[in-house]
Write a protein that binds this ligand. Structure first.
Ligand SMILES: [Fe+2]
Length: 313
């Protein structure tokens, strides 16, 4: 059996974790196997499908002019607005023809090494459940709307699709060096909250955390409050992040080829050896090496952030 130190180059079978690698203790539900895949997608009620439709309609009011063109094209290609929560089987067939990715149902949280293994095999693990009317505006746990609406359209872009697979492969290395937190920050500031400067001038969102919520698309792209800084991988991997509020800082890429170049085409062994175990920079910091597009006022966070009544935009 392959070990963490020695996964097969093709990641065909799930490598076993070495005993000295820390992973969050998650109890595996009895009905899922070692791959943590649900046997089938949930049967959604009519009310669940209506929640999807309403969330979809709301985002489509906000996203034109704020979401990147690859995302909007992906929504069209996959016809995610055809009505109701998409069927993962059909979606996987269509996505498979475009970039070879599929979407697979998993319980809410799965272990890091299993998540990485699915990505390395071009399978995107998506949560089954959908939020309720009571949690319509904000949920902390990602649901099927966040996972499918937010993430899956981007997987129709060939370069981005390759980046996601390489991210999964890179996860194993990060665990070996005990630098999962640093790799997690890279995921956070790219896959979840990344911005892109299209045509060198138009700031747009490609991060799923921005694209799947009602407030952050405006905040990330237009507000005076947050910093917007060109992506620098060494710097991002040393930067703390906030999970329960809007981001004080967003990192911006020039293109997906630029993202791929900065990450996949570099020597992460060297980088991990030089990274401290914890974060060095606060999530609102601007430091001397930064290529700053916009230095934020941080007004939203200085006023107390979420729950304080501070207006995001
Ligand atoms: Fe996400």
């Amino acid at each position: 059996m392959a070990t963490l130190a020695d996964p097969q180059p093709d990641f065909a079978t799930l490598p076993q974790m070495a005993a000295d690698v820390f992973t969050a203790p998650l109890a595996r539900p009895a009905h899922v196997g070692e791959d943590w895949l649900e046997p089938r997608q949930t049967d959604y009620t009519a009310a669940d499908h209506a929640v999807w439709d309403d969330l979809f309609a709301r985002q489509m009011e906000i996203l034109p002019g704020r979401a990147c063109s690859a995302f909007l094209a992906g929504l069209e290609k996959l016809d995610l607005g055809r009505g109701g929560v998409p069927d993962f089987g059909k979606l996987s067939e269509e996505l498979g023809q475009l970039t070879g990715w599929s979407v697979v149902p998993v319980p809410m949280l799965i272990p890091d090494h299993v998540f990485f293994w699915h990505l390395a095999n071009r399978r995107f693990p998506a949560g089954n459940f959908i939020r309720t009317r009571e949690t319509f505006d904000y949920i902390e746990e990602p649901d099927v709307f966040h996972d499918v609406f937010g993430h899956v359209p981007m997987l129709t872009d060939p370069t981005y699709a390759d980046y996601m697979q390489e991210y999964g492969r890179a996860g194993w290395k990060a665990m070996r060096y005990n630098r999962l937190k640093a790799l997690g920050a890279l995921y956070w500031y790219t896959v979840e909250f990344g911005l892109i400067l299209e045509n060198g001038t138009d700031l747009r969102a490609y991060g799923a955390g921005i694209l799947s919520g009602p407030t952050e698309a405006r905040f990330a792209v237009e507000a005076e409050s947050p910093n917007r800084i060109m992506l620098n991988v060494d710097r991002v991997m040393r930067t703390d992040y906030v999970i329960s509020d809007l981001q004080p800082t967003y990192f911006v890429i020039e293109s997906f080829a630029d993202l791929y170049r900065q990450t996949v085409e570099r020597d992460f062994d060297r980088l991990y050896r030089s990274l401290p175990a914890g974060f060095t920079y606060a999530n609102s910091a601007v430091i001397d090496v930064d290529n700053v597009l916009h230095r934020g006022t941080q007004e939203y966070h200085l006023r107390g952030g979420r729950g304080s009544g501070a207006k995001p935009v």
